[in-house]
Design a protein around this ligand. Structure first.
Ligand SMILES: *Cc1c(COP(=O)(O)O)cnc(C)c1O
Length: 371
């Protein structure tokens, strides 16, 4: 699905030197690479605060911890997402309220938000799924009207641009009160292990988030809040500084792959190519098709036999996961989400794909259709 080995070969010289420098300095935690990466990412995103942390799940957890919520408070979120988005809510004693996604863009269906707002609702957590933005203009308008926080799960969309109602174009993750991302190796900006970051333009929230990620510490040995220990290490930051310079190129390469697939599948009515969301660019973390009248299991078996990788993101929606059994969420009526979990299939997409690989993948799928 990705080719991180070839990607590394292109930046190997620079990366090897940077990693060796960290090792020789023996500055593994909170070193110059972390502070350098933090400020370079702030510049790239045009956001006043980036707080690096250990992974994307921690980023989401810390963001929620910064909001002073009470057990039982409700958070509105899509069910069609990676489990981390909603797991952290349950971990903190908060209640995820699962709603539908738009069947065309796979992002939260904002028209379903207001119907589930109660006196306990405190926040909305939209996910910029597969690499394009949720409808943030509408979400922010609803959030402002109901005095709700918005935390963007930007783990799949770093580098994505969104056009606000006032015409200004900004990066996703910087629109809500807090944005969260992951630097898991296969993400669009990935490190060589685990990593994550939290973004905010709110100074008071930034101070609090920084404290929470560092044992609730205000100054050394003064712990004012119950926090956690969540750090990005200096080796990962060194890698990320080099890859951040390539991020726009990487995202362009992904767009070229998507364009190839789009063009190829145009003539096949059983294959529905991904639709572009309004006001958003796409960074194609995933290229996800919907199948119509094609057996997904059979297609996957056919592809596997011919050494073409494919994945299902996600086969079980969050509201049907056992971990949420006590919330009774499996009774939530989410037909769009359920349908998507049965018909989506993601194809390989990454920065190193060759025309030959693309052709092989497409021709193999076509062979299956014509079988
Ligand atoms: C990857 C991902 C996360 C979690 O990131 P980790 O770094 O793996 O903890 C959260 N949300 C979404 C949508 C993701 O894709």
């Amino acid at each position: 699905m990705v080719d991180l080995v070839s990607q590394y070969q292109h930046i190997k010289k620079e990366v090897d030197v940077a990693i060796l420098n960290v090792i020789e300095s023996a500055q593994f935690i909170n070193g110059l690479e972390v502070s350098g990466f933090k400020s370079e990412l702030e510049t790239y995103l045009n956001v006043s605060n980036v707080i690096p942390c250990a992974n994307g799940t921690d980023a989401l957890q810390i963001a929620l911890m910064a909001l002073d919520l009470k057990p039982g408070d409700e958070i509105i979120t899509p069910s069609f997402t990676y489990i981390a988005t909603t797991e952290v809510m349950a971990l903190l004693g908060l209640k995820p309220i699962f709603i539908e996604v738009d069947p065309e863009t796979f992002c939260i269906d904002y028209t379903k938000i207001e119907a589930v707002i109660t006196s306990k609702t405190k926040a909305i957590v939209p996910v910029h799924l597969y690499g394009q933005a949720a409808p943030m203009n509408e979400i922010m308008e609803i959030a402002n009207r109901h005095n709700l926080f918005v935390i963007e799960d930007n783990a799949q969309a770093i580098g994505c641009n969104y056009t606000l109602s006032n015409g200004e174009t900004v990066k996703t993750g910087t629109i809500g009160h807090i944005g969260c991302t992951s630097f898991f190796p296969s993400k669009n900006l990935g490190c060589f292990g685990d990593g994550g970051a939290i973004f905010t333009n709110d100074t008071a929230l930034a101070v609090k988030i920084k404290m929470i990620a560092n044992h609730g510490q205000s100054k050394q040995y003064h712990h004012d809040l119950v926090g956690c220990n969540s750090r990005l290490d200096n080796i990962q930051a060194a890698v990320l500084r080099i890859k951040l310079k390539q991020l726009d190129n990487y995202n362009n390469s992904r767009n070229k792959v998507a364009e190839y697939y789009d063009n190829f599948f145009e003539k096949h009515p059983q294959i529905i190519t991904p639709k572009r969301a309004l006001n958003s660019t796409h960074v194609y973390h995933q290229y996800t098709l919907k199948l119509e009248n094609l057996n997904r299991n059979e297609l996957r078996a056919f592809l596997t036999e011919r050494e073409v990788p494919s994945m299902i993101y996600y086969p079980i929606p969050a509201h049907r996961q056992k971990m949420f059994e006590s919330f009774g969420s499996a009774d939530t009526f989410l037909p769009v989400t359920d349908k998507l979990t049965e018909c989506v299939i993601s194809l390989p997409i990454h920065t190193e794909m060759t025309e030959e690989q693309l052709e092989k993948i497409c021709v193999t799928i076509e062979e299956f259709i014509n079988k």
